[in-house]
Design a protein around this ligand. Sequence first.
Ligand SMILES: [Zn+2]
Length: 111
Amino acid sequence: MGWTVRKQLLCPACGDVVAEAIHRRLPAMLTVLATAGYEVMPRRSAAVERDLGEGLLAGVPDEESLREMLQHYHADLIYELMCARGHVTYRPAPVVVDALRTTPGAWVSLA
Ligand SMILES: [Zn+2]
């Protein structure tokens, strides 16, 4: 497995590319680029959880499982990814890195 991997992340709802992710092993660094080219900045789990509680998050497919995920990854950064069709996917940074490192090929499904 190389020091740097670069793969396309796929929307779990429709399979479209939502972002490109680049992970470097040492020093560990994850960069996520939206299809429009800008860098997606992750947010602290607590901030996402607060927005969820206040109803500020748009397009959450399953509020209960998102809440559980945020509690499980309370110390991690969360990426909020939206595909061109408007599906929103929330994934903790370690989960994105894991998927990048363990999925063969150029595409990674976030399902
Ligand atoms: Zn989608």
